[in-house]
Design a protein around this ligand. Structure first.
Ligand SMILES: [Zn+2]
Length: 488
């Protein structure tokens, strides 16, 4: 319990949910005696059903925002320059997406309409933290941040020919020498010194990296108090060796998209993660609510394509054209490059991953030139509409926690700024997502991934309204999320 004093404004008797009624008694007289007019907030979100997973608050309140922060959470009316009428709507902390590759305006504009207020590129990350942040200076729609990435470090050190996100050759398949491993460690250390929020890994995309190499990199993450976010390889056995390597390195481990990495072994995956947690290891995970994945067609995931049965090619949908592939078309497309959607998981698997108390929600989104995976635009509203409202697969507050508090807490040890995100409390950043629980739903499809979600009329980032009556405004209040860093 915080001190009551810091939670009550003496002149407008703003009462906060954390305060026990008996703690209010000494202040009632003060509130009555005070004659000055109540403060005007920059923005007031009025009469919404405020849901905060940290405190458990789930009640109608008015929220007063000033200078980008939440200053009041009140039962009485507040006076604001702009008043957003949230009657009948849920007011949640803005959604924090730990897995978002679409780090440009086109993706941000779709994600924000799905409720995302902080988008982090952590799985792949970047090889150059200062350049990555400098490219986004000046304000974005949403807050943004990146990890320093082992994949990127490997591509650089081994001189991979790939020019997109992932290795297209030796950076993935090559075995590194001791000197090259030391070079990778140095890149990761520099990235952490430059303020990377975490360390990213993709052992599935770097089959040449031994578990000993991965463990060396986990040790660098641990030195920096950074979580290691990994797209791992080799199913349950790979999960066990990844958990063991993280334990040996004393690194905080985050398994990305357990739905696709677990695939048909999802139940075992979740059980092994739970067992590690129960044994005291810091292991977390995430999922996105779709039965298909997406990745680059030149990546190492498809190195065995020549051995596939013909039927398997039809599960692959080329993003640039929307066509389902054949053996011949797959071969042609792999030469050219681009992204491919991989169908095949069952609805029961997706539901299990989303409903599990272990998972956070993260999109793994990416849209470019109007093409991409529908998860970029629809992940959060699909969970809220389909899995919470329509199918009762999980409770609304649990879903909100998976989208807000849990991902913020994942980064907090290294990034203190995350302790003011993912919550609705006085002093927290005014990042808010305001949605209609009766209508919120995704609209994007595998054929048109740019259809924005509906039922999320307002989104606020840093105290500024960035989605207003469902439309993206001109405000660009999104700022860098970064760890305290040594270099400027
Ligand atoms: Zn990803």
């Amino acid at each position: 319990m915080k001190k009551a004093k810091s939670l009550i404004h003496p002149c407008n008797s703003v009462r906060l949910f954390r305060v026990r009624p008996r703690l209010l008694l000494p202040f009632i007289g003060l509130a009555v005696a005070c004659g000055s007019p109540p403060p005007t907030y920059d923005v007031v979100v009025a009469n919404g059903r405020v849901m905060d997973p940290e405190s458990g608050l789930d009640a109608v309140r008015n929220i007063g925002i000033r200078a980008g922060r939440i200053e009041a959470i009140a039962t009485n009316a507040l006076n604001g320059t702009r008043v957003v009428d949230a009657k009948g709507l849920v007011v949640a902390p803005g959604f924090v997406d730990l897995h978002e590759h679409g780090q440009q305006e086109e993706s941000y504009a779709l994600m924000v309409r799905d409720g995302v207020t902080s988008a982090l590129e952590i799985e792949v990350g970047t090889g150059d933290i200062p350049a990555w942040y400098a490219a986004r200076d000046g304000g974005q729609i949403v807050n943004y941040g990146a990890s320093i990435g082992h994949i990127k470090a490997r591509m650089k050190v081994l001189h991979d020919p790939g020019t997109a996100l992932l290795p297209a050759g030796v950076g993935g398949s090559g075995v590194a020498s001791e000197a090259q491993i030391a070079e990778m460690e140095a890149i990761l250390r520099k990235g952490l010194a430059d303020g990377a929020v975490a360390v990213g890994f993709g052992s599935a995309y770097t089959p040449g990296a031994t578990m000993a190499e991965i463990e060396r990199m986990f040790r660098v993450a641990a030195e920096g108090n950074a979580s290691a976010h990994i797209h791992m390889r080799n199913g349950v056995a790979g999960l066990d060796s990844t958990i063991a390597a993280a334990a040996a390195a004393k690194a905080k481990l985050h398994i990305v998209h357990v739905n696709s990495s677990g695939d048909t072994a999802l139940t075992a995956f979740l059980a092994h993660i739970k067992a590690a947690r129960d044994a005291g290891q810091d292991v977390t995970t995430e999922a996105y609510p779709y039965g298909a994945g997406m990745t680059e067609i030149q990546s190492a995931l498809f190195d065995d394509w020549k051995t596939w049965p013909d039927a398997k090619f039809g599960l692959h949908q080329l993003v640039s054209t929307g066509e389902r592939l054949t053996r011949k078309r797959f071969e042609e497309a792999r030469k050219i490059g681009g992204t491919v959607i991989i169908h095949g998981r069952t609805e029961a698997q997706t539901r299990e991953a989303i409903a599990s108390p272990l998972t956070m929600i993260a999109s793994d989104g990416f849209i470019e030139n109007g093409r991409g995976h529908p998860r970029t635009s629809g992940t959060y509203s699909k969970v809220l509409g389909k899995y919470v409202r329509d199918e009762h697969a999980l409770l609304l507050m649990d879903a909100v926690r998976k989208m807000t508090l849990a991902p913020a807490q994942r980064l907090e040890a290294r990034v203190p700024a995350m302790s003011t995100k993912g919550r609705i409390r006085v002093g927290a950043d005014a990042d808010l997502t305001i949605f209609d629980p009766a209508t919120v739903i995704d609209r994007s499809t595998y054929e048109d991934a740019t259809l924005p979600s509906s039922g999320i009329p307002y989104v606020i980032v840093g105290g500024q309204v960035v989605v207003d009556s469902g439309h993206v405004t001109k405000a660009r209040p999104g700022r860098a999320i970064r760890a305290p860093h040594a270099s400027p």
